[in-house]
Design a protein around this ligand. Structure first.
Ligand code: SF4
Length: 322
């Protein structure tokens, strides 16, 4: 990959600029498939759906930032300001979802970028995927989001749930709105995300808390984790799942720059934890995940680590497909 140059195969897919608003550009991205077979590192799903590339919510720790590099975009702010909207043909979507259903594997929406980010209010690509899913009963569908916009589709999700296993994972890292604003500048406040979780649960849609990522020395303390789990329980969540921060190249630089400005005292500790690796040391991970499980048990919510769910990759293919 050359800096500033789209990767081979990607250049031909870059379409026209659709619009500019609020300092955000929207571009069309002609996708080969919107429902993609996933064969990257071990993951508990077999298919991914990411209707958008880039995300305006701009979380400092967003692991998907590197995906803009394939488009030839190396400026970190481009990930937040240049959003690519994939096209979604209904017949093709239905055919792709049928293929995924035949595999018996989970179709996961929002594995890289948020399917209910602000662009969705305008372009409704996620909505079109769900409308296609409505006519493919028997799927296993999981949707991960930080956005309250998911409640727009509560009735449709409920309808799909009658014949398909659907879970909506609300990603909430802290109950502290001020900290959330710094970590996730344009995502809805944590209390609003819990309200969305409650609305979905009351509509009969299974909702789960994703405590992802857990950030060392920022959100890993017992009071925060307990408050998240209590709020999820009270909102009617079916359970919680957690994962410790993963700092891959592309995210690491952005996150350390953020730390240096907002939490300079933590820089040496993060340098120690993430020295030479995108992962925190196993002992830290074990201890933190055990804390989540113990607290979840205490508050009466089931909890699991993401690593607890079985790997659903096909052994034949080896890379993340967009
Ligand atoms: S909401 Fe998700 S996709 Fe969007 S910036 Fe945050 S972590 Fe990334």
């Amino acid at each position: 990959m050359k800096p500033g140059v789209p990767s081979p195969g990607m250049a031909a897919r870059l379409g026209v600029t659709i619009d500019k608003r609020r300092g955000v550009e929207y571009h069309e991205l002609r996708s080969k498939d919107l429902v993609n077979k996933f064969n990257g590192r071990p993951m508990p799903f077999g298919w991914t759906v990411n209707p958008y590339r880039g995300c305006e919510m701009a979380c400092r720790y967003c692991f998907a930032r590197y995906t803009h590099e394939f488009l030839g975009l190396n400026d970190p702010s481009a990930f937040e300001r240049r959003i690519y909207v994939k096209d979604a043909d209904r017949d093709r979507l239905v055919a792709e979802l049928r293929r995924a259903r035949r595999s018996g594997q989970i179709v996961a929406m929002g594995t890289a970028t948020d399917p209910y980010q602000p662009a969705e209010a305008r372009f409704e690509v996620t909505r079109r995927v769900l409308e296609a899913a409505r006519v493919v009963p028997g799927l296993q569908l999981s949707i991960t989001t930080k956005s309250t916009l998911v409640t727009r589709d509560a009735a449709l999700l409920r309808e799909i749930s009658a014949a398909t296993e659907v879970t909506v994972n609300l990603s909430i890292t802290t109950v502290d709105a001020a900290l959330a604003r710094r970590l996730e500048p344009r995502a809805p406040r944590p209390d609003l995300r819990f309200a969305a979780m409650k609305e979905l649960a009351e509509a009969g849609v299974a909702a789960r808390l994703f405590v992802m990522p857990i950030l060392p020395h920022l959100t890993d303390d017992e009071p925060n984790l307990r408050s998240l789990l209590v709020a999820a329980r009270d909102a009617g969540a079916v359970g919680a799942e957690s994962n410790v921060l993963f700092l891959r190249p592309g995210t690491r630089e952005v996150f350390f720059e953020f730390l240096a400005i907002d939490f300079p005292r933590l820089v040496p500790e993060y340098e120690r934890l993430y020295r030479g690796s995108a992962y925190a040391p196993p002992e830290y991970v074990r201890e933190t995940e055990a804390r989540v499980r113990r607290l979840a048990h205490e508050v009466g919510l089931s909890a699991r680590r993401r690593a607890d769910r079985p790997d659903q990759r096909s052994p034949r293919q080896l890379s993340l497909v967009w």
